[in-house]
Design a protein around this ligand. Structure first.
Ligand SMILES: Nc1ncnc2c1ncn2[C@@H]1O[C@H](COP(=O)(O)OP(=O)(O)OP(=O)(O)O)[C@@H](O)[C@H]1O
Ligand SMILES: [Mg+2]
Length: 242
């Protein structure tokens, strides 16, 4: 279980971006964080992954716990070791490496070669498209395939929790449904904790169990995904229904 309690974040020592965020993401469930551009969604994920410092950001107040352990002050590599991986916005894969090389990079924390091979086969079974393209340079993959690769690479470290930053961005609806369906299956079968950041609220609320709406660095609303879908404010602000 991933728990954020009253997290406050500033950039450059002055720009207050998160103004006291509290949220919980549970194993076996997809939890979603919705919000407009600039609401602070990616910042929330960076705070969890320990990546604020590299962007001149700082966690001023609050705490982050994973499975009861305080990870608020952990370095990025320590957080990966604890089993939390982030899939970045814009599906950043190593363009000049092949699909398989990208996956192997993602598995660098896995101990033995045999285990690495086994995990690789699991990912290929999960995303057959990646197996077909395994020797291809990643830069030539389609957008959907690159997103599969970005998720596959994260899964190579055998994570307990995965943070997904706008995986649907720029992808055709059919591909998106395919990817989300797979993520949901995996979340349930492996009891993964998934924190999903999305601007596409309709999609996110369809696949997640619980949601939070972030507005100007504060949680404005939270609830079961089904009740958020029926909420008038959510309909108006996030689903475009008036
Ligand atoms: N490194 C940084 N330095 C200064 N300000 C930053 C930095 N990163 C983000 N911000 C600001 O913090 C606010 C929140 O940014 P963040 O990237 O978390 O938003 P977001 O909800 O992910 O938006 P989007 O949907 O556009 O990705 C924005 O106003 C942004 O300009
Ligand atoms: Mg973002």
């Amino acid at each position: 279980m991933l728990v954020l309690n009253d997290v406050e974040v500033v950039y450059d020592g002055v720009i207050l971006v998160l103004k006291g965020i509290s949220l919980t993401a549970r194993p076996g469930k997809i939890t979603t964080l919705l919000g407009a551009n600039g609401a602070g969604k990616s910042t929330t994920l960076k705070a969890i992954s320990g990546l604020l410092t590299s962007e001149r950001g700082e966690l001023l107040r609050g705490s982050i716990h994973f499975d009861g352990v305080d990870i608020t002050k952990c370095k990025p590599f320590e957080i990966v070791k604890k089993g939390i991986v982030q899939v970045f916005e814009g599906r950043r894969v190593f363009q000049s490496l092949t699909v398989e090389e990208n996956l192997i990079v993602g598995g660098h924390v896995v101990k033995s070669k045999a285990q690495l091979r086994e995990t690789l086969e699991e990912i290929y079974e999960f995303f057959p498209r990646l197996k077909e393209r395994r020797m291809q340079l990643s830069g030539y993959l389609s957008g959907g395939e690159q997103q599969m690769l970005a998720i596959g690479r994260a899964l190579m470290s055998k994570p307990k929790a995965i943070l997904l930053d706008e995986p649907s961005l720029g992808l055709a609806p059919m591909i998106v449904d395919d990817i989300f369906e797979k993520v949901r299956k995996l979340t349930e079968s492996s009891q993964l904790t998934v924190l999903l950041v999305e601007q596409n609220a309709e999609l996110a609320l369809e696949y997640s169990s619980y949601g939070y709406c972030l507005e100007n660095g504060r949680i404005a609303l939270e609830g079961e995904a089904s009740s958020l879908r029926d909420n008038d404010k959510v309909k108006q602000l996030y689903l475009g229904i008036h």
